[in-house]
Design a protein around this ligand. Structure first.
Ligand code: C2E
Ligand code: MG
Ligand code: MG
Ligand code: MG
Length: 284
């Protein structure tokens, strides 16, 4: 009896595994086809200076509107792109699209528009031999100054190994800004931070969301900002949703903030409308 039940359980397990593998293979094929079509597009989330609310930067975030499954999260399909060897192509499309749109905003809104364009790089993109030349090509083709580009890699990735760190130095030599994303979720020692060619720490949303309720998190964030400052890193807090969180961060002297309080990630047109109607007030 027990054995039979076990057998049934294994068959059910196999079926679930098979379904999952199928969905993944299907998504891989769909993604291969979707790259370069409007199914994959870029949305933009502003980053503001906490001292006065001025728009400092805009982060490009990829979106996939799948014909069958609807809106898929990058958290799900970036991993698929990496496994399928598609991450290089995907990254190039995102970067080229974002640079092109950003160039227009620089022309139309030289005063109130963002000064920096932030684009994410994932684990699988860093070892690609064509990464650096690919970025150089896109910068040249879109007329994007390297000084206006910020690339973001997660803290856990940057702390990883020497090859990754050499890559970061190569990127830095292009003259762009490097940010450590999701800071606080990895385990980089202060010593390793000091060696990284990084300009900016993005304090992870998991800390920001607890600022009003947890003294422990307040202490951690305040200490992080102090250390960052003394090592000459700028700081950005991500995932700010309330005025209270923004006030605490501003009092801690955090440089910039990003989150739903200011704006959600917006389609191109909506971002432009947001820029136009925006009253520079730090309350969002
Ligand atoms: P990330 O770079 O840390 O981006 C911030 C994420 O937090 C975004 O999720 C954004 O929509 C979300 N977020 C921003 N403000 C708030 C807030 O106030 N509350 C909450 N709850 N969430 C907020 P998204 O767009 O789903 O992206 C998730 C991650 O996927 C990104 O994290 C990034 O690591 C990766 N990613 C996104 N776009 C790209 C891309 O074009 N290329 C690569 N390689 N990775 C990307
Ligand atoms: Mg990011
Ligand atoms: Mg982040
Ligand atoms: Mg994050």
């Amino acid at each position: 009896e027990a054995q039979r039940e076990g057998g049934a359980r294994i068959r059910l397990f196999d079926t679930l595994m098979l379904q999952r593998t199928r969905r993944r293979t299907d998504l891989e094929n769909d993604l291969r086809r979707a790259i370069g079509t409007p199914e994959l597009h870029v949305v933009y989330q502003p980053v503001v200076r906490l001292a006065d609310g001025a728009v400092e930067a805009v982060e490009a975030l990829v979106r996939w509107q799948h014909p069958l499954h609807g809106a898929l999260s990058p958290v799900e399909f970036i991993g698929i792109a990496e496994d399928a060897g598609l991450i290089g192509a995907l990254g190039q499309v995102v970067l080229a699209t974002a640079c092109r749109e950003f160039a227009q905003w620089r022309q139309r809104y030289p005063e109130r528009g963002p000064r920096l364009l932030a684009v994410n790089l994932s684990r699988g993109q860093l070892p690609e031999p064509t990464l650096v030349t690919g970025i150089e090509d896109i910068l040249r083709d879109t007329g994007m100054p390297a000084g206006a580009l910020q690339l973001e890699v997660t803290e856990s990735l940057a702390a990883q190994d020497e090859a990754v760190q050499m890559r970061l130095h190569e990127l830095k030599r292009l003259g762009l800004t490097l940010a450590l994303d999701d800071f606080g979720t990895g385990y980089s020692s202060l010593a390793s931070l000091y060696q990284l060619p990084v300009d900016l720490l993005k304090i992870d949303r998991s800390f920001v969301s607890q600022l009003e309720t947890s003294a422990h998190h307040r202490v951690l964030v305040e200490a992080t900002i102090k250390v960052a400052k003394s090592l000459n890193f700028r700081t950005v807090a991500e995932g700010i949703e309330t005025v209270g969180q923004a006030e605490i961060l501003r009092a801690m002297d955090c440089d910039k903030g990003q989150g739903y309080l200011f704006a959600r990630p917006l389609q191109t047109d909506a971002f432009e409308a947001w820029l136009q109607q925006r009253q520079p007030s730090w309350r969002g």
